[in-house]
Design a protein around this ligand. Structure first.
Ligand SMILES: [Ca+2]
Ligand SMILES: [Ca+2]
Length: 341
């Protein structure tokens, strides 16, 4: 999943060298972009050096994959892949905003349309301040087109999915900046919606399509993130549909659950199974995960159930699955830090 948006990322790299003259008001728009920490999934085992980046555009390479055959490891790897996606999208925005804005008003900043000669593509990014509540909210949107759209795309609204100029909206959503009391505090809320169908329309060689919807909310002390993927027809590691929900509480305990529709059991008819994992951990990072595969090529009424516990050192202390070749771990689940869901 880490090469999910190469078309956009190429743009991000191109624009990285820009540096503008920013007004104090420009910086307000900048401050709406969440920090990586605000949007990252960190189930036990994820120790992501990228969180130390000063801005989303300064991320370093992705995490190494966890190689144990455990649910905890799977959850860790899936979290890493989703972080790649979110961080990549934020890096694009961060890098675009390093250009001086081409339009400034009290409510709006617009970057572009900028023509990228070597990709023969144009992009336009806008952030609009919405003052309809107690908290400032910023709508943002990124449009792309093949070729040079010139000045024909100066006035696109964020609600316009496609524009006469050929511009298609590929990324949009809202940022609600929070108050930062110290550097480590998570804050803010918002949404990033990637319309990969439009990317595919612009570049048929893309191997993704559908929509990727990332919503985060760090108000109230709990970090809550949900990611919905609707990507029928996507290839590789991307499931057809998936819903991920993540919560990290102030004491460090948390939960990460997801339901994926994908072809997990590839036998015979090769229809899609439903794969659900529920992972929970306590403040010491010891936790329990259960998984269930059902539907698809599994016989009616039958499911494949896995139950696993790990300790504070992330060692598996209890394991059960129906496969005879995968040995049990632990005499019973009394060694588990958490009870069965
Ligand atoms: Ca199947
Ligand atoms: Ca077994």
């Amino acid at each position: 999943m880490n090469r999910i948006v190469p078309f956009l990322l190429a743009t991000a790299v191109l624009s990285g060298a820009g540096c503008g003259n920013y007004s104090k008001d420009d910086l307000l728009f900048f401050s709406a972009i969440p920090e990586l920490r605000d949007v990252s999934l960190q189930p036990p085992g994820v120790d992501d050096a990228r969180l130390e980046a000063a801005t989303p555009g300064q991320t370093t390479q992705a995490l190494d994959a966890c190689t144990e055959n455990t649910l905890r490891c799977q959850a860790q790897n899936i979290a890493g892949g989703l972080n790649d996606l979110t961080f990549g999208l934020l890096a694009i925005i961060d890098n675009i905003m390093r250009y001086p804005p081409s339009q400034r008003s009290s409510e709006e900043r617009v970057w572009g349309p900028i023509y990228l000669q070597d990709q023969n593509a144009s992009f336009r990014f806008a952030m609009r301040r919405l003052d309809d509540g107690d908290e400032p909210r910023y709508a943002h949107c990124l449009h792309f087109a093949n070729g040079d759209v010139g000045d024909s795309a100066n006035d696109i609204g964020c609600d316009e999915a496609r524009h006469d100029s050929g511009m298609l909206r590929v990324l949009s959503g809202e940022f609600i900046p929070g108050v930062r009391s110290d550097a480590a505090a998570r804050s803010g809320a918002g949404q990033l919606l990637l319309e990969a169908d439009h990317l595919k329309e612009l570049d048929p060689n893309q191997d993704i399509e559908g929509t990727f919807d990332i919503v985060y909310d760090n108000f109230g002390g709990t970090q809550a993130i949900s990611i919905d993927i609707e990507a029928p027809g996507s290839t590789g590691a991307i499931p057809d549909t998936a819903e991920y929900t993540y919560a990290l509480f102030e004491n460090g305990a948390g939960e990460f659950a997801f339901v994926i529709k994908a072809d997990i059991n590839g036998d015979f008819f090769s229809t899609k199974e439903t794969y659900a994992i529920e992972s929970r951990w306590n403040a010491s990072q010891a936790g329990r995960a259960t998984a269930k595969v059902s539907g698809g090529d599994l016989p009616d009424g039958l499911s494949w159930d896995v139950d696993e516990c790990w300790n504070e050192q992330l060692e598996t202390v209890y394991y059960r699955d129906p496969e005879p070749n995968n040995p049990d771990v632990g005499a019973d689940d009394s060694v588990c830090a958490l009870t069965a869901p």
